[in-house]
Design a protein around this ligand. Structure first.
Ligand code: PXP
Length: 237
């Protein structure tokens, strides 16, 4: 069974557009669980443009499944994460001006910073995942510095516009799953997945969990979160 982690950041994006308390991502998380989400994902960004500290704390205390916190290697965010102790932490790159997380984390050049942080998180009972491109060198380094999971960035596959490009990107992800599994890593994937392209990625034998936000929250505007999650779950093997 491929698990579904539902990213509720966009609910907070709508709330922040008005600077008031609604809609509440905590409510979204609970409804996502009712629709069958296996976990809830939020990204506490340095610029706080959607999720706030209070959301992370409240979701952690309220949900019945697991909280996966996406975060950058920023000291104040690391300190906060170690206090809240989410079930899992996924390290992502972050640039203030980006529209969303663009490209995976370069674990090779961040190795020195990452290695002790991974250990500290694991010593605090937090499962660590690294969000990386489907690149064998990045995967090898993720294993070397002690991560338990990687999350393969599926953005380029999802953005591909020709069959040749799509096939090429799919082959890279397929090979990345095999490489990671051979290194003893567990494999999640996400970014850009939607109701049309999720099946192929979900059919890869080593994928444990998919993290999906934009398409589910977008669809939920029309059908409600519970149903939007249920429809996505129904596409997963
Ligand atoms: N995984 C990671 C690490 C992400 O940063 C994001 C975007 O926040 C997602 C998955 C979900 O991507 P999308 O919103 O395109 O489904």
């Amino acid at each position: 069974m491929v698990k579904l982690g539902v990213n509720v950041d966009h609910v907070a994006t709508v709330r922040e557009a008005r600077g008031i308390s609604e809609p509440d991502p905590v409510t979204a998380a609970l409804l996502a669980e009712l629709g069958g989400a296996d976990g809830i994902t939020v990204h506490l960004r340095e610029d706080r443009r959607h999720i706030q500290e209070r959301d992370v704390r409240a979701i952690k205390e309220t949900i019945k499944t697991r909280l996966n916190l996406e975060l950058a290697l920023a000291p104040e965010i690391l300190t906060f994460a170690l206090k809240v102790k989410p079930h899992a932490a996924t390290f992502v790159p972050e640039k203030r001006e980006e529209l969303t997380t663009e490209g995976g984390l370069d674990v090779i050049s961040h190795r020195k910073k990452l290695e002790p942080v991974i250990k500290e998180f694991q010593d605090n009972g937090i499962v660590v995942s690294l969000f990386i491109d489907p690149d064998p060198d990045q995967i090898a380094m993720a294993a070397e510095i002690g991560a338990e999971y990687i999350e393969i960035h599926t953005g380029r596959y999802c953005d591909a516009t020709t069959p040749a490009e799509t096939n090429h990107e799919f082959a890279l992800i397929d090979q990345a799953c095999i490489t990671a599994t051979n290194f003893g890593l567990k494999v999640n994937a996400g970014h850009g997945l939607n109701y049309r392209n999720v099946r192929e990625i979900a059919s890869l034998p080593d994928i444990k969990e998919l993290n999906i936000g934009h398409s589910i929250i977008g669809h939920s505007i029309f059908v409600g979160i519970e149903r939007a999650v249920r429809e996505m779950k129904a596409l997963l093997p």
